[in-house]
Design a protein around this ligand. Sequence first.
Ligand code: UDP
Length: 241
Amino acid sequence: MDPKPAYRRILVKLSGSALLGRQEFGIDREVLQRYAKEIGSVAATGVEVALVIGGGNIYRGVREASMDMTRAMSDYMGMLSTMINAMALQDALEKSGLETRLQSSIAMEEIAEPYIRRRALRHLEKRRIVIFGSGTGSPYFTTDTAAALRALEVDAEVLIKGTRVNGIFSADPEKDASARHFPRISGSEVLRRGLRVMDRTAFTLCEESKLPMVIFDVHSVGSLLRIVQGCHVGTLVHWDA
Ligand code: UDP
């Protein structure tokens, strides 16, 4: 039997860019299926799972072509791109036998429920995986901020963010081989050292509510499950004095 999960309810933010896999644009089928498998293994422990997925893989090319576009318009396009990923993820999860609901912050009633906090809570209680699409529904924000916001709204115990590297380092590990890895770090230390974990708005939301974060390598197979089982994976950002 699986050990008892370390959390009752989690919110996982997955990067859209990671869905590229080896492709230049779009969604790599293998990565998508791996995401679904990892999330499925976590849901099987009984933990309630909410998801937010970015739009980088779809949106980046669009952004380059739309450099002189009005910021709000381009941001709405970014939010729509998160819906494409959210739908792909929903489909992959359902194909592996999981029950899901997709809620959108921008009305798209033919394809997703509107975002309704109390309904999302009900789905989670019934062990349905809830995917929050369209970011916050407002331009000038990011999907990291949407993830922090929804995590707080649904009372998740942790915000788990999948990135390209295994947590937080003293410098960019992709550029600096001497970069030191932090297995655990306080939020105030992150700020003091000027480390980049999430954008300011997202970070401040977590700080104000003392919401712990775990940052991990989204490509590392089995990491998400180990985090939920209470193992030390990636970096834990805590708010203890
Ligand atoms: N976006 C927005 N408001 C939100 C969430 C997202 O305006 O609440 C836009 C913003 O332009 C952002 C884009 O959608 O750059 C795609 O999200 P993001 O870049 O955060 O995706 P990721 O890099 O995580 O794949």
